[in-house]
Design a protein around this ligand. Structure first.
Ligand code: GRF
Length: 426
């Protein structure tokens, strides 16, 4: 690989080995015939192919992986180029086990032109309609930057398809249902097996339709976040630092900090970062929910999408919690469900646990009881004091709280009506 290896460099490769019964081996060449259908599974980007060309384009154009992608206002070029390869095994295995899939081809190095012929009998071809799938913007951009011809694209990149499957028409409906339900929601029919009449066994119609939509970045509104605090605000600081770091390409923006304590140091942190602050003292309200409604109205006036409780030393009323269900998260200094409530570090030391930690969870009416988003464990050492242990736990909080916020802001995690957490990784 040109320009890749230098003296004493070495490759470290990991792999896994699987076993399959002989009669289950794909492709089932003898079963493939004219009229069978081709299903396409979208790729997440370049996957791991074409990097020699990509590095050459970057070099010639003087581009850096940290440059903003000209067609995406959230990610850098590097992030888009290194988007992890989509792995399809979990989505398609149930359909393979039922015998619905008779051939499957990953679209890797060599692109559509080289990979699909490997699973076809020599007398058959596939005809694909490119208007049935989408090309990721990063690939459209590469084609544009390097003025690549469509056949060069098809011989180098996956052109938006990470894998294709061949199925009998009669099994199509069930196959699509299974693989969509198992995560590949955009799986679709993209073509058909036909008789081969030329030297080409992969014919792509309407290729140009793949290129038509490379546009300037569409405005991608970041989620507006309010952080509720009562004290020093080190977690607030971690959230500010994370969301402000351009290389994190955060989907969240902290726009409001509310404190019930006028002397909370976190307010200074917010002001320094130029974030709007509000002090809403809790004195003078007959009922907890009255105070909470004042906070709720302030959040609504600021069009807040997500609320982060970062050391907000108040129990929130059921009314408030229900209004923010699935949109409010809290960081708790213990590995829930252990050590709910106050003085968690003292209690952990008292209990003699050897592992302690922190939890980010959705906020529910019952204190420290909502569904867990992330946890991080820290060791407890013999000579720990509550404050030493607290410091270690806080370091962990500062790692997982921003991450959990990011998961919520991107929609990777959400709270279901049954109170359970649902994860979506694409
Ligand atoms: C943290 O330990 C958090 O887990 C708890 O309150 C503390 C807030 O600390 N809910 P800080 O104000 O973020 O420094």
């Amino acid at each position: 690989m040109p320009g890749m290896y230098h003296k004493n460099d070495f490759d470290l490769a990991g792999f896994s080995v699987g076993a399959v019964n002989r009669d289950a081996v794909l492709p089932k060449i003898d079963l493939i015939e004219e009229g069978d259908l081709v299903i396409g599974l979208p790729s997440s980007g370049v996957h791991s192919n074409g990097f020699s060309l990509i590095r050459k384009i970057m070099h010639l154009k003087g581009l850096n992986p940290r440059d903003e992608a000209p067609f995406d206002n959230v990610h850098t070029l590097g992030e888009l180029l290194l988007t992890p390869t989509r792995i399809y095994v979990k989505s398609i295995l149930p359909a393979i086990r039922l015998g619905f899939i008779i051939a499957a081809s990953h679209i890797t190095g060599g692109g559509l032109d080289e990979n699909i012929p490997r699973i076809l009998p020599s007398n058959l071809a596939v005809e694909l309609s490119a208007n049935r799938w989408k090309m990721p913007s990063i690939l459209k951009w590469l084609q544009k930057e390097a003025s690549l011809q469509s056949d060069e694209m098809m011989q180098t990149f996956n052109c938006g398809l990470g894998m294709i499957l061949i199925v009998k028409e009669g099994n199509l409906k069930n196959t699509l249902k299974i693989i969509r339900e198992n995560g590949e929601v955009d799986a679709n029919v993209i073509g058909r097996v036909t008789a081969r009449t030329t030297d080409k066994s992969v014919i792509v119609h309407e290729y140009e339709s793949l290129l038509t939509t490379l546009q300037a970045p569409s405005p991608c509104p970041r989620k507006r976040v309010a952080v509720l605090i009562s004290g020093s605000g080190t977690n607030l600081q971690a959230l500010i630092d994370h969301t402000r770091d351009r290389y994190n390409a955060s989907f969240a923006e902290i726009v409001l900090v509310i404190s019930n304590q006028s002397n909370a140091f976190g307010l200074e942190r917010a002001k320094k970062a130029g974030i709007k602050t509000m002090i809403i003292p809790s004195k003078g309200y007959k009922q907890r929910s009255q105070y909470d409604m004042v906070v709720h109205n302030a959040l609504q006036s600021a069009s807040i999408d997500i609320v982060c409780l970062a050391g907000f030393m108040r129990i929130l009323s059921g009314e408030f919690v229900n209004l923010w269900k699935g949109r409010a998260i809290n960081v708790h200094p213990a590995l829930l469900p252990l050590f709910k409530g106050m003085n968690t570090h003292e209690r952990a030391l008292e209990a003699g646990v050897r592992v302690h930690g922190c939890t980010v969870h959705f906020v529910e009416p019952e204190v420290d009881c909502g569904s867990i988003i992330l946890q991080e464990a820290v060791p407890v050492f013999m000579d720990d004091t509550p404050s030493i242990l607290q410091e270690r736990v806080k370091q962990a909080e500062h790692r997982i709280f921003p991450l959990a916020l990011e998961h919520l802001a991107t929609g990777r995690v959400r709270l279901l009506a049954n109170g359970k957490v649902s994860w979506v990784y694409r």
